[in-house]
Write a protein that binds this ligand. Structure first.
Ligand SMILES: [Mg+2]
Length: 117
């Protein structure tokens, strides 16, 4: 069982991803980058799925803060088409993978399994 932090300002996306992952994992949610950083520090999840465009603090900033707190943090970015430059910076900042929306269940599970083993 893995502890997975799902970060997206769209609730329906958090719900959809949570359903994709099934009941075998502990799911934590955050709806912006600032809350994601807080939740990460509290809960030490095994993996983070992080949206980029969010109010208060965007996903790229949150990624950098989380990686500064825990250099081993495993973060997968959830991106949209047209965000290539942000994706590149995210990878340079330590993101392990990125998933382009809209995504299929299989793509999400493959990305997670590749990282969690
Ligand atoms: Mg968003």
């Amino acid at each position: 069982m893995a502890k997975i932090l799902i970060v997206d300002d769209a609730e329906f996306l958090r719900v959809r991803i949570s359903k994709m992952l099934g009941g075998g994992n502990e799911i934590i949610e955050a709806d912006n980058g600032a809350r994601a950083v807080e939740r990460y520090k509290d809960a030490h999840p095994d993996l983070v799925l992080m949206d980029i465009t969010m109010p208060e603090m965007d996903g790229l900033t949150a990624l950098k803060e989380i990686r500064a707190f825990d250099p081993k943090a495993r973060v997968i970015m959830l991106t949209a088409l047209g965000q290539e430059s942000v994706v590149l910076e995210a990878v340079k900042s330590g993101a392990r993978d990125f998933i382009v929306k809209p995504f299929e269940r299989e793509r999400v599970l493959n990305a997670i399994n590749k990282i969690l083993g």
